[in-house]
Design a protein around this ligand. Structure first.
Ligand code: OFO
Length: 175
């Protein structure tokens, strides 16, 4: 038996848990790519504050992916480098981007809920504990995404785009 096979047999990560972790790496990679696309669109509209906001968000999502990658590797299992295709490049307007971002974050939270449930069913309490960090993070990310929509609506759309852009930029500065 070769070393890779022996190491794989010795990891506490069960196949179903490993599979869900690898899939989530793909979700984080996709999320990062979409945020980068949103960033590019904002910069192209002259919305530099929002461009910066989504650029940082893209970076954070990549870090989330790498955190899972490191976890899998440290457990002695095989992490799968994800492929990301068909990333949206054009958007209707700034508000629709904020709504899309919120939907994306809500979906990701749901993924982590399901993953935690799976770990608990499989008595993999170690991975369930690891996933707790993501659940905490999602609370903040959903709040931020909701706040973007609130700011947009409160400041009342087109007439205030310059001020909205500045407010969104400030939101990320508080991190
Ligand atoms: Fe906000 O999604 Fe990563 O975890």
């Amino acid at each position: 038996m070769n070393t890779a096979t022996i190491l794989r047999q010795k990891t506490y990560l069960q196949d179903s848990v490993l599979d869900t972790l690898n899939k989530q790496m793909g979700v984080e990679a996709r999320s990062s790519a979409i945020y980068l696309s949103m960033s590019a669109w904002c910069y192209a509209q002259g919305l530099r504050g929002c461009g910066e906001f989504f650029r940082k968000q893209a970076h954070e999502e990549r870090e989330h992916m790498m955190k899972i990658f490191n976890y899998i590797v440290e457990a002695g299992a095989l992490a799968v480098s994800p492929e990301v295709t068909n990333v949206e490049r054009t958007f209707d307007d700034l508000r629709s981007i904020f709504v899309m971002a919120l939907d994306q974050e809500i979906e990701i939270t749901e993924n982590f809920n399901k993953m935690t449930e799976l770990c608990q069913k499989n008595r993999d309490f170690q991975t369930a504990r690891f996933l707790q960090w993501y659940l905490d993070e999602q609370r903040e990310e959903e709040w931020q995404a909701r706040r973007c929509i609130e700011i947009f609506d409160l400041m009342n759309a087109k007439d205030a785009l310059y001020d909205i852009d500045r407010e969104i930029h400030n939101l990320k500065k508080k991190d």
